[in-house]
Design a protein around this ligand. Sequence first.
Ligand SMILES: *Cc1c(COP(=O)(O)O)cnc(C)c1O
Length: 377
Amino acid sequence: MRFSTKAIHVGSEGTQDAAGSVNVPISMSVTFDQKRQKEKFEYGRTANPTRLALERNLAALEEGKHALAFSSGMAAITTLMTALKQGDHVVCVDDVYGGTYRLFSEILMDYGLRFTYVDGTDLKKVKKAVNKDTMMLWVETPTNPLLKVVDLKGIAAIAKGEDLISVCDNTFASPYLQQPLKLGIDAVVHSTTKYLSGHSDVLGGAIVTSDGELHEDLQFAQNAMGAVPSPFDCFLTLRGIKTLAVRMDRHCENAEDIVNFLLKHPAVAKVLYPGIPTHPGHGIAKEQMADFGGMVSFVLKEPARAEKFLRSLEIITLGESLGAVESLIDHPASMTHASIPPEQRAARGIGLGLIRLSVGIEDIEDLFEDLGKALEA
Ligand SMILES: *Cc1c(COP(=O)(O)O)cnc(C)c1O
């Protein structure tokens, strides 16, 4: 089966009720009749039929053997970090999702984990940051919000050589555009809140891996810690996934048009998008991604005008999150990345003029008009 067919069918086929429902039934039951059941379910935190359908689907989309679904992306990431023990060291890309950075630096460091942040585009620096206590390499690509591209094959090779767990947060690309496990990465995490569910109406997270031992440990942690999604959330996520392929095609098409529009606009100093041939990661993106994605970042010539610009938009919504049918725009310095200390933010290149746009699937002419008017406001 190919991608779109899997997205629509995998998971739904195993859970047929007496009526032959085409969609996975939302099984709200928390406990299961041990004498009457055909499949083994015990208690809703441990496993649930609707969640299992989503987990099968996610494993298929990432071409992994196992998947676990969680109540949010952060719940998935927190659970994955239980693979590490006190004293373990993690090498993490410096341009990591703000919430991941906050979890690592403000919570997990108190439990004895240690982190080094490096520019993930420089594999020599990544390798140099590995020490005798290092157990994990954590990457995102394209990164947030600077859309840098990390060479996943290169990261996987370093991890294999040093016997580390390699993790890729694949939220920005989605499995439609990038499948890190096929490139040798050990575990993929997702905020399914974003492209996978796609409609800004359900929070969720996932871990996908083909490593049976890691999966068993994480499944134990999922049950022990309990950050599981509701059956209704799983249903909504599965419903979103059915249209992932067509949505992603339109996200990419619209993003490319917006990039060309912004590149020509006099109020814009710089456009960051892996699809631009002069982008430093363009070559690697072309190799490891099917297309360049729906996220576009750009820098205004006059950072002081950022607020006026953002407040003047009428169709594009000023808000956090990304990956949904509606276009969402973000000012990282004051919104999604505000929890990073200002000096570090500046050092990482997240200035006051930086804007992150999650290009939606609206009519492109409406997006051009909205951006054009606001840039001239
Ligand atoms: C949103 C996001 C997360 C966190 O996911 P939640 O569902 O909000 O908990 C993690 N990583 C990336 C790249 C994200 O965009």
